[in-house]
Write a protein of this length. Sequence first.
Length: 237
Amino acid sequence: MPQQPPIYRVEGLTRVYGEGASAVHALRGVDLELPPGEITVLLGPSGSGKSTLLNILGGLDRPSAGRAWFRGEELTAMSDRALTRYRRDNLGFVFQFYNLMPSLTAEENVELVTEIARNPMDPAEALALVGLDTRKDHFPSQLSGGEQQRVAIARAVAKRPDVLLCDEPTGALDSATGREVLGVLQHLNRSLGSTVMIVTHAAATAEMADRVIRFTDGAIRSVEHNDAPRAAAEIEW
Ligand SMILES: Nc1ncnc2c1ncn2[C@@H]1O[C@H](COP(=O)(O)OP(=O)(O)OP(=O)(O)O)[C@@H](O)[C@H]1O
């Protein structure tokens, strides 16, 4: 089968925060190609640059040097306006803290996104995809942490994004709930074909990945391809 063109490609990506003696080298020349449709897990010690890479791919930050492309379009050459459009049209974000609006129900939180998306799902359909169809009229304070994270995932997928970028999606959850949330991400990858990238400290997450990237000190230490990813429900924590 011919290889698909990469969804992301980066070359010599460098990110330095601050200057002089206090400068922090968050990324030190990262090169990477990622094919579409995979689940990639980024592992590495705290401060090794995982979130910085995710933020640059997500158009939330810009590198100090180097270039990045999304489907052949150069992100690092885009205006702020074009980057905003790129994020809006192509990406869903999931963070450790769910960032739901407390005064809106689960369904209304999802609607915030579907109202401005080009080809959105019905909010109720997105909530059904994450197994929350019966909780759509609940407010965040009436939902558990795992359920709130599932609302956040429903919000991220409701616009049918090409890519789901997840930074510590299970960081605030116990292991059983974390596994459930990972199961939802795996299900979305398989059913919608979205490319999924997960930054995590939970090393066992690597078992469900197609590709595992290990970071050390701002650089990629290894990239492994996993020929037989496990179902999230089977992961041992
Ligand atoms: N806005 C910022 N200003 C200054 N330094 C920053 C900023 N953002 C990140 N850094 C630094 O860049 C380095 C890489 O941070 P990054 O968040 O990418 O690491 P990480 O591997 O995702 O860590 P963690 O697992 O703790 O989230 C760290 O030393 C961090 O302190």
